[in-house]
Every structure is written in C-alpha cells, then in structure tokens.
Design a protein around this ligand. Structure first.
Ligand code: G3P
Ligand code: MG
Length: 386
C-alpha cells in the first residue's frame, strides 16, 4: 500500500458515499474533463486546504503539495476543481499571499482563493472605519487593515514608538526596532489625547513582552496608555490556535497561546476580566463563508480567472472537503459545520497519530495532502460514473 489511510466508519458519517470504494488505490485514473457532466461544466465538489502543516512548513512545500494542486487544473493550466486555502495564519493582504503561494506552489492562485484568519475583520469596517485602531502581529498588520478599509490604523510598532519608555525591555532586545518616528516626521495621530477604539491581533505577535505590555496599557485605560483606568475597548483575535506546525520539528505556540498569556496577566492586574472576540477555524461561520466562496468560484472561465457567477449559486456544491492537520481546529470545525463538509486529516503537521484522532476523528486520515487529493479525485470521478 502506497500510504496508510483510515476512513472513519462510526456514527452517521459511516454513510459516506466513499466507504464502498475504500479498497481502491487512491489515484486519479481518468482525466479531469470527465468531471464536467453538468450544464454548468463544473464538478459538484470543492476543496478547502489548510496551509501550515498541510501545504507548507514555514515556506517549504510539504506532502507533494505543488503536484497535488496541479491535479486540480487541466493540461492548459485552467482551473477545473473549485478550491481555496482556508488558513488561520496571515499577516499580509490576501492579494500578496496569493502571489506568494503561486510562486511557492507553481500554480496560479487568485486572491479570492485565499481566506486567512483575519479575512473576517473586513466585516468590522463599518464599526471602526474612521476610528483610531491598533493592529499587531507579524508581517504587515496595518497594511492588511488599511486594505480592508479601516482609515486610521497604526501598527503596534508605530503606536508604541510614540510613547517614551513604554517598553522598559526595548533597550535589551537583540535587534531594537528602528524608531519609526526618528526620521523627523511628527506622529500621525495625537495618541496622548486620542483614544484607541479597538485593537486587532491580525497575525502571530512577534514581540510578546512589548505587545502584552502595550495591549494591557490600551485595554486598561480605555485606549490612553499612561492615563487613568477606563472602559476596555474591543479586542479581536484573527484566530485562537494554541499551537501550529511551522518549520521547526515540533509545534510552535500560536495566537491562542498569546491570548492565554495576555488574558492571564490582564485578569491579574485589572478588576474586570478581559473581553475579546476570536475569529478563525473552528468557528462554523468560517466554514459557511468558505462554502459561499467555493460556491461562487467559477472554474473553466476565460483566461483562467475565477469570477462570481449568480447561476452557479443556484446549484451549490454538494460535497466540500476540508484537508487539515490540526484536529481541534480543522477537523472539529468541519464536523461542527456539518453537511456538506467532509474532513480529511493529514499526518504532515500537528497530528502525527497512527490511527484517527480520539476526540475529533476525521472522516478520513491520510499521510499527505497529495494522498488526500488523489483520494478525493478518485472517489468523485467514480461516483460521477456510477
Ligand atoms: O499562524 C498560523 C496558524 O495558527 C495556523 O495556520 O494554515 O494551519 O490554519 P493554518
Ligand atoms: Mg494547519
């Protein structure tokens, strides 16, 4: 056997249309063109790929991911199978991530195929469009928020630079940040009198000690560090992953770990418990949103562009696959979302078990993302021709 796979057979999901084919080799035996059997010329299924631990480790493709993705295009490079990336990571605008992924994976990824942990922050523009907000995390958190439409965004780096001595550890840090205001330009906002109205943790925080310190300052004082205690402004996290798979062999602490650290400290120094909202998988709305996007992706369009097409929404995809590495995030999320989601767990990231995960068993467990794609294509083509 080329790889070990486990198909979940207990509970209602045992009625999976795939179970009767579980003995077949998971290889695509027919061309993708055979999937085009409807008037709409598109298959009835779509795929959501987790990134860290499934497609990449750090910046390195894993599990034969470039080859796996190429199987979703025809020989001319035209997209045949609706798919998107559904990651709790982020830190750069979706358009930039799409370009990065295209380069790393060798296929033409469009911004509409990239859903990051912070993507739902767009929906909060109406509430904070013209308010001063602080955005933090690795990458370009302020750029992400500005592109979403927030008009008064400061990165944590810039915001902290406006306060002398706000981080007493800064002089001891290995590579102290360049003072953003040292080029002579005056602060863009008067942060001594203008309150921060909300804080957004856009991506994994880099300088935990500084970020926890300054967030506590902002949150305890109603948005005016150094001033008297005030009402806590809203705090949003893009995701709540305790750990995730990066380039290091064992898991790394994620945004959820940062949240726990911040919350523990805040609750010790402030009379009221920290209030916050977390986005990202496993929340059902993330899967609903992914479902809506997948339903609107129109493969086979001219110039390989994915476009919105009202007609196809009337014929929604009947099966959606979530391929993930983290049982408590990807698999739990797909299970909670229910029909039409089918969960596939790989062994290339957080999960490395021989059998299925005990608490959140996936519908299928395979070694790699390539195995997952082979399985899906094989089964879907068979079911079309039965
Ligand atoms: O920071 C990245 C992370 O928390 C998880 O990313 O792609 O595994 O959802 P992903
Ligand atoms: Mg992952």
């Amino acid at each position: 056997m080329r790889f070990r796979s486990i198909l979940r057979v207990s509970g209602s999901r045992a009625k999976s249309p795939f179970s009767s084919h579980s003995s077949s080799r998971f290889e695509t035996k027919r061309p993708l063109s055979q999937l085009c059997t409807t008037n709409y010329e598109r298959p009835s299924f779509g795929i959501a790929f987790d990134i860290d631990g499934v497609i990449l480790r750090g910046r390195k493709p894993i599990g034969n991911s470039p080859l796996a993705l190429r199987k979703l295009y025809d020989e001319s490079g035209t997209l045949k199978i609706p798919f998107l990336f559904l990651t709790n990571g982020g830190g750069v605008p979706e358009s930039k991530r799409a370009l990065e992924l295209s380069e790393l994976l060798g296929v033409d990824i469009l911004p509409s195929q990239v859903v990051q942990g912070h993507s739902p922050f767009k929906k909060l523009v109406k509430s904070f469009e013209n308010e001063l907000i602080v955005a933090l995390g690795k990458g370009e958190p302020a750029k992400v928020m500005s592109e979403y439409g927030f008009k008064k965004v400061l990165s944590m780096d810039e915001y902290a630079s406006y306060f002398d001595n706000i981080d007493p550890l800064a002089p001891y840090k290995v590579a102290p940040k360049d003072n953003i205001t040292s080029n002579g330009s005056s602060p863009r906002y008067d942060v001594s009198s203008e309150r921060v109205q909300a804080a957004f943790v856009v991506s994994d925080p880099v300088d935990w000690s500084r970020d926890i310190q300054v967030l506590c300052d902002i949150l305890r004082t109603g948005g005016l560090p150094g001033k008297e205690i005030g009402h806590q402004p809203p705090l949003y996290f893009a995701a709540d992953d305790l750990e995730y798979q990066a380039a290091f062999p064992s898991e790394r602490l994620g945004m959820g770990a940062f949240r726990i650290a911040l919350e523990s400290i805040f609750n010790r120094i402030h009379p009221n418990a920290l209030e916050y909202t977390s986005f990202g998988k496993p929340h059902p709305f993330v899967f609903k949103n992914a479902e809506n996007i997948l339903n609107q992706l129109q493969p086979f369009s001219r110039n390989n562009h994915v476009v919105h097409d009202e007609n196809v929404v009337a014929h929604p995809l009947t099966r959606l696959y979530m391929i993930g590495d983290n049982p408590v995030v990807d698999i739990k999320g797909a299970q909670q979302a229910g029909h039409p989601w089918f969960s596939v767990l790989t062994r290339t990231g957080v999960f490395r078990g021989k059998e299925n995960h005990e608490k959140y068993p996936a519908d299928l467990v395979v070694d790699t993302v390539e195995d997952a794609v082979d399985y899906i294509l094989d089964k879907e083509i068979i079911s079309v021709h039965m």
